[in-house]
Design a protein around this ligand. Structure first.
Ligand code: ADP
Ligand code: ZN
Length: 731
């Protein structure tokens, strides 16, 4: 390899492929040579696979047997900082490099040459005769200063059929050209006027821009109640990044990626950013990937995996709603996009902004410890004020059996309907009823493959297992005692609550928002836009309404069961309840109408409920932090979850017991192992699940110890092991 990382033709190179091999393979550099980091296609057995030139070949075998790289792909080579980043994420999460490379190449058709399409622009020929339709086409082209259009765009703009355009092409009045499909994104202009900022917004912007100008890594926790202008503030940090000629990435929880947000970006910078999420088309994903790599996308707005795009000069990563649990990926590579954003930025000298109204305890503690800077926006923008929060003591309410909307809440909703305002009834449970009980024998209908009860979904007319997705029709007779007509729903889900709301408020227009009621992310987003326009009196929603949507007419939030998530086995149960309730409550009163949040609870004196109601956030965090510190759990200790699974419970436990006995590598770093124990959900898809939990002191090299601990394992048959570093959920 030469000093600038070039390999001459025939030189041996090590190639990392996306195949699960867990080592690099040696190939000869192709004709014309290749650079370190080049994306290449290599032969593997009878197949061609995607890979990256990772370094000089290892050699040590008969070189005449070495095969050649087939070709170098026409995309920007992987930069050193990206190779470093992937390696570090692999070490941190104990993931094989091949899986990391798959994560970093999630764009279809990377190995295809850039594809072409026909575009149309103004030509220099004269049409033989003019018609109204022809005139309109030429006017559109002139109006747009000779810009190119696709056939469809041009025909639509001019209001003509495509044959009119084709006719003009024949006359050379319109020119038809081939152009690469993956076009650069339009330039964003950071110097368009932003909004006039309030004093504390301007102060925060000043600090963030100063940080940006250092050109060094640094993380800032931007905390501010919903509606305080966090988005306005971080968009100014994005502007500064763009002025520096660097790229910015804004990460949002998948569902918060709305047209509303993109429109705001467009209003600020004059053009739309690149979008990266599961709803984007394949062509669009490929375009984003390529343009990011060649620096022709200045700003990407995306879901968590956007962090693995091949940025050329990344200067800023914003993680909005940084506490959101969807940033933790829990299948394949178990990574936290928030934590990895910090890692990536530290490697490439970028800034990080973690924005939230209710930060995670991890980020709060990092700010306390001085590792992150903290900026607070204390008031809502304009006349919007924080909602008034009140408990509804369910012990004192007169409830009819099988109903969940208390008389006090009912009255509050009625008031809103009369005033033409919106109410949100929040319940964090999908489906109709969480339990179907046989009133004859007491049987609760469970999934055949999982240790989970099946949830009735009336909308789908089926029972569904929320673990494995298995569905079955609602039986007529009890599967256990065969008695007919005794199966009854127990407890509410969103669908049942909607039914109650329809009966209680027959005059109201009711909209249900639950992730499973929509065929696609796009359909769901369209519905959200409609509701934001005011097209509903009552919104009935699950967790997904808590995330960053702006409903200007919403002035009442009723939380049906504030106690629901207080009692998880999860160490973060209190934190999650606190965040969720405050986020949901924050939906109310964003515009010029004051909001109110009513929490139905049987435990108004519970410390978490009291902290939510009093708004004493620092108090809540301090108490929660003290408890975690005393217990030595995150963020004051380290954890890793190990899940073993297999078709037979016995052998799975045998492996777990052997691991617990042979824990020397863990003891060496002062770590303890708990278990094996049946996982909270002991069976999923017919596989028995056993958990071990590793607890280590903060700062202990937990990954290294775990790697040494599991290395000698030889898993027999169909037993699988997954390691989750810093687990977020315990299931
Ligand atoms: P957050 O991200 O903290 O929830 P936003 O940035 O979305 O807050 O601001 C809430 C609303 O107030 C938005 O509609 C936003 O455009 C508006 N807003 C915030 N700050 C200003 C400002 N300085 N001038 C005008 N409008 C503002
Ligand atoms: Zn199941």
């Amino acid at each position: 390899m030469s000093a600038n990382g070039f390999f001459d033709q025939g030189e041996l190179v090590a190639v990392l492929t996306t195949q699960p091999l867990d080592r690099t393979l040696d190939y000869k550099a192709p004709e014309g040579g290749c650079f370190l980091g080049a994306f290449v296609e290599v032969p593997l057995g009878p197949r061609k696979v995607l890979g990256v030139v990772w370094g000089p070949g290892q050699g040590g075998f008969d070189l005449s047997k070495a095969r050649s790289v087939i070709r170098v792909l026409e995309v920007a080579p992987m930069r050193e900082e990206m190779r470093l980043f992937l390696g570090k994420v692999a070490d941190y999460t104990l993931t094989p490099m091949s899986a990391m490379l798959r994560l970093a190449t999630r764009a279809p058709g990377l190995s295809d040459p850039p594809s072409m399409r026909k575009i149309y622009r103004l030509g220099n020929g004269e049409p033989d005769r003019m018609t109204d339709a022809r005139t309109r086409v030429l006017e559109v082209l002139r109006d747009y200063g000779g810009l190119a259009f696709t056939l469809k765009e041009l025909a639509e703009q001019a209001g003509v059929t495509s044959s009119v355009v084709k006719g003009l092409v024949k006359q050379r009045a319109v020119r038809e050209e081939d152009s690469p499909r993956d076009l650069p994104y339009p330039r964003l202009d950071p110097d368009l006027p932003g909004k006039d900022l309030t004093a504390d917004q301007a102060a925060a912007v000043g600090r963030l821009q100063q940080g940006q100008q250092t050109g060094n890594y640094g993380t800032t926790l931007l905390k501010g109640v919903t509606g305080s202008g966090k988005t306005e503030v971080y968009l100014e940090a994005v502007a500064e990044t763009l002025r520096q000629g660097r790229q910015a990435l804004v990460l949002l929880p998948e569902i918060a990626l709305t047209a509303e947000f993109l429109t705001r970006v467009e209003a600020r910078f004059g053009a739309r950013p690149a979008e990266w999420h599961s709803g984007a088309t394949m062509t669009e994903r490929r375009r984003v990937w390529r343009m990011v790599g060649q620096g022709d996308a200045q700003l990407v707005v995306g879901a968590r995996s956007a962090l693995f795009l091949p940025f050329r000069n990344l200067g800023l990563v914003v993680v909005d709603e940084e506490h959101d649990t969807s940033y933790k990926q829990e299948d394949g590579v178990h990574y936290s996009a928030r934590d990895m954003a910090v890692l990536r930025s530290a490697i490439c000298g970028a800034r990080v902004i973690l924005a939230s109204a209710t930060p995670s305890l991890e980020s709060w503690a990092n700010a306390e410890a001085g590792k992150y800077e903290r900026l607070d926006l204390t008031s809502r923008f304009g006349v919007a004020v924080l909602p008034e929060m009140k408990p509804i003591d369910m012990r004192a309410e007169q409830m009819q059996p099988g109903t969940w909307i208390s008389p006090s809440l009912r009255q509050a909703v009625r008031q809103r309907i009369e005033r033409g305002e919106q109410s949100l009834l929040f319940i964090n449970r999908r489906g109709y009823a969480p339990v179907t009980l046989c009133r004859a024998c007491g049987e609760q209908i469970a999934c055949d493959h999982c240790d989970a009860r099946m949830v009735e979904h009336r909308f789908l007319k089926r029972l569904m297992c929320h673990q494995c997705g298995e569905t079955k029709p609602m039986p007529e007779v009890c599967p256990s005692c065969q008695v007919e007509g005794k199966l009854a729903p127990v407890g509410p889900g969103i669908e049942r609550l909607a039914e109650e709301a329809e009966a209680t408020f027959p005059e109201a227009k009711i909209a249900m928002l639950s992730s499973d009621l929509f065929g696609s992310a796009r359909a769901l987003k369209a519905k959200i836009e409609e509701i934001a326009q005011g097209d509903a009196d009552i919104i009935i929603g699950t967790q997904l309404v808590a995330k960053g949507h702006n409903f200007p007419k919403l002035t009442l939030v009723g939380v049906i069961d504030a106690d629901l998530s207080l009692h998880g086995a999860d160490l973060r149960a209190a934190e999650r309840t606190f965040q969720l309730m405050r986020q949901v409550a924050g939906r109310a009163g964003r515009a010029d109408m004051p909001g109110q949040a009513l929490l139905q609870t049987f435990q108004p004196e519970h410390p978490v409920i009291r902290a939510i109601l009093s708004g004493d956030e620092e108090g809540f965090w301090k108490t929660e932090a003290a408890g975690r510190l005393a217990a030595g759990v995150p963020p004051y200790g380290r954890m890793a979850g190990i899940v073993l699974s297999g078709p037979e419970v016995g052998p799975v436990f045998d492996v777990g017991n052997a691991m617990a006995r042979n824990d020397a590598p863990l003891r060496q770093i002062g770590a303890q192992v708990f278990g094996p124990a049946p996982a909270p959900i002991a069976r999923i898809r017919g596989r028995h699940r056993v958990r071990l939990l590793v607890k280590a002191p903060k700062g202990a090299p937990i990954q290294d110890a775990i790697a040494r601990w599991i290395a000698p394992l030889r898993l027999k048959g169909d037993i699988r092991l997954t390691v989750d570093i810093d687990p977020q959920s315990f299931y």
